[in-house]
Ligand binder design. Structure first.
Ligand SMILES: Nc1ncnc2c1ncn2[C@@H]1O[C@H](COP(=O)(O)OP(=O)(O)OP(=O)(O)O)[C@@H](O)[C@H]1O
Length: 342
């Protein structure tokens, strides 16, 4: 996918629908009788505005999935929240995710918040027609009589350019792309205000990927939903995300509107991610970063990127750089950019 042509104009900031503050979540595991913490989410703060598509990018094992599981409250041992808060604002009412009981969380998940998890197309029951999955998952939450429920389901499918005939199919009769689009239709049939999608296009080829991305943008436009969208693929972010947060080793290192991030990234890690994207007509070899991402069980002190950083200074191995605002809607955690005294 060619990124430059697809960059869109950022939306004006408005009241946040999600505020995450100083969130920390670790996996605590035992090895040889000793507890060890894998610091997958380490002091992350961000906000998402109503109607905004916020992308989270970062390489494999940087903590993207752990971050969104923690945000939607899908937390199972050994993952646990160590500190911080996650607050949604739905229809003028604040919901602090960690103050909600299981029933309240379940109600919020269907009425306001939808989570399209990695590999979610497998939620469709392989031995039942698709309509049964819609009925089992959505009927109880929509408060409609059966005839109105099926009218709404068919209307939603048509809105998303899916033939309602898909309801009579079994999952194995659909292509991977159709299964994924059907799953997204299922996840959004209750018209949630906030949708979390984890790598929804990763297993798909480029053409099908484009259909799914178009569908996600259509949902955002038609329903006005906000999105938290996770993928390691920067070209997908260029197509979909209004704003992007870059995660490195469990921490947010840079955040900016999509055009700013692609044209004016300031953190050396983001600059590397952007520079490594292929460009049509440019056959020069991309320089790779030296070293490997750190173990989150024993990350380096200070800035976690410093052992690989071309700009590393003495302070970088001693202090954690704060995520400082450089400009409105642009924050960077780097002493080389913001100055060592920040
Ligand atoms: N159940 C688990 N138990 C222990 N450690 C885990 C568990 N799940 C994930 N981790 C660790 O947490 C860290 C962050 O993983 P996470 O899956 O959140 O990263 P990611 O950026 O989403 O990766 P990917 O893009 O490969 O999905 C990694 O070090 C991973 O090994």
């Amino acid at each position: 996918m060619q990124t430059e042509a697809l960059l869109h104009t950022p939306k004006a900031a408005s009241e946040p629908i999600l505020a995450v503050e100083n969130l920390k979540a670790y996996y605590t595991t035992k090895a040889f009788g000793i507890d060890r913490d894998i610091r997958a989410v380490d002091d992350i703060s961000l906000t998402i505005a109503k109607g905004e598509i916020y992308g989270v990018a970062g390489e494999s094992s940087s903590g993207k999935t752990s971050l969104i599981k923690t945000i939607v409250g899908a937390i199972r041992p050994p993952l646990h929240v160590v500190g911080g808060s996650v607050c949604f604002n739905f229809e003028g009412q604040a919901y602090n995710i960690y103050d909600l009981g299981p029933d309240e969380l379940q109600t919020i998940r269907w009425r306001h918040l939808s989570y399209i998890m990695q590999g979610s197309m497998n939620v469709l029951n392989p031995v039942r027609r698709i309509k049964h999955s819609f009925f089992d998952f959505a009927f109880a939450h929509m408060g409609l009589d059966r005839a109105t429920f099926w009218d709404k389901v068919r209307e939603h499918l048509r809105r998303l350019d899916l033939d309602p005939g898909v309801l009579d199919s079994y999952p194995h009769q659909l292509s991977g792309g159709m299964r994924q689009r059907t799953t997204i239709a299922l996840a959004t049939v209750c018209t949630p205000e906030f949708i979390v999608a984890d790598e929804p296009t990763t297993a798909l080829d480029v053409i099908v990927q484009r259909d799914v991305l178009t569908m996600l943008r259509d949902i955002q436009r038609d329903l006005g939903s906000s999105f938290l969208f996770v993928t390691h693929d920067m070209s997908v972010h260029a197509t979909v995300s209004d704003r992007i947060g870059i995660v490195y080793a469990g921490r947010l290192v840079e955040e900016a509107d999509t055009p700013t991030l692609f044209r004016g990234a300031r953190h050396p890690y983001t600059q590397h991610l952007v520079a490594s994207l292929p460009k049509i007509g440019d056959a020069t070899r991309r320089a790779s970063l030296s070293g490997r991402p750190p173990s989150l069980a024993d990350p380096p002190a200070g800035c976690r990127f410093h052992p690989r950083c071309p700009l590393a200074m003495d302070i970088c191995s001693k202090q954690v750089p704060p995520l400082n605002p450089l400009a409105p809607r642009h924050r960077v955690a780097c002493f080389a950019v913001s100055g060592a005294t920040s």
